[in-house]
Design a protein around this ligand. Structure first.
Ligand code: ADP
Ligand code: MG
Length: 259
């Protein structure tokens, strides 16, 4: 049965998509069966992994708003070894459309993902940079959340809002939702700021903070333009090592949970 993990932070540019792609890929290379769900209208995860293809119009929009199932929409990728449900700009309209529904609008994604839980070990959802209905759908479908925190000055400011949202979703739609972990991104050990953010985040989230932190690494910012995960683009770079470490931590935590 798949563990469903949402990668969420309403701030843009903190490394959600980079983490979604490379954590999903890392888990795939560990031999896990992985489905990556692009749930951002910008479709960055879809493009970044080389899965945007003008011929196939079906996307996560059709999955949640129409009568389609994951197996009709997912695309299989060989390298990295995973399946992806792509997204494109059509998803931008879903928010307003689902807002009109009387009931069930928070559970549209959950209903579809639950049907394929037995096909995967991990389902990773790349969330949009907002706290609207799309994000609520992701948190309602998920078992847990990984929060990427960028090591910069205002890093913690938006986090309280995210934590409130998580609590609200727990109360209203998904009482089992947990915080899987917090991952520090774009870490620069040479700067005092990165170290300070790390200390602050650890003070608050304690053992939830992953030992693997993601360094600022040019290779990580280049790989999406080639449509590759970091493991195909440059498996030896620091970014690849960091995401391999993160994938191992996530895999281990969930193995121990099952035992
Ligand atoms: P989000 O999905 O939260 O908006 P992204 O993952 O798209 O964030 O990252 C924002 C930008 O920063 C992208 O251009 C991405 O390539 C770059 N980036 C992300 N993580 C790193 C990193 N560790 N080192 C360098 N650049 C990064
Ligand atoms: Mg993104």
């Amino acid at each position: 049965m798949a563990k469903i993990i949402a990668i969420s932070n309403q701030k843009g540019g903190v490394g959600k998509t980079t983490t979604s792609i490379n954590l999903a890929s890392g888990l795939g290379y560990l031999g896990k069966k992985v489905l990556l769900v692009d749930f951002d209208p910008q479709g960055n995860a879809t493009q970044g992994i080389g899965a945007s293809d003008a011929n196939s119009k079906l996307s996560v929009y059709n999955l949640i708003m129409e009568d389609y199932e994951v197996n009709q929409i997912k695309k299989k990728i060989q390298n990295p070894p995973l399946d992806i449900v792509p997204a494109n700009i059509s998803l931008a309209g879903a928010d307003l459309q689902m807002a009109q529904y009387d009931t069930g609008k928070e559970e549209l994604l959950k209903v579809k993902l639950d049907k394929v839980r037995d096909q995967y070990d991990f389902i990773i959802i790349d969330c949009p940079p907002s706290l609207g209905l799309l994000n609520t759908n992701a948190l309602t479908a998920a078992d847990s959340v990984i929060i990427p925190v960028q090591c910069e000055y205002y890093a913690l400011e938006g986090l309280m809002q995210l934590l409130l949202t998580i609590r609200l979703v727990q109360q209203l739609f998904n009482e089992k939702l947990e915080i899987e972990g917090v991952v520090l991104t774009m870490f620069d050990a040479r700067t005092k700021l990165s170290l300070e953010v790390q200390q602050e985040v650890r003070k608050h989230f304690k053992e939830k903070v992953y030992k693997s932190f993601i360094p600022r690494n040019v290779r990580l910012s280049e790989s999406p333009s080639r449509g590759m995960s970091i493991f195909e683009y440059d498996v030896r770079c620091e970014g690849a090592k960091a995401y391999a470490g993160l994938a191992a931590e996530v895999e281990k935590a969930n193995r121990e949970e099952k035992e």
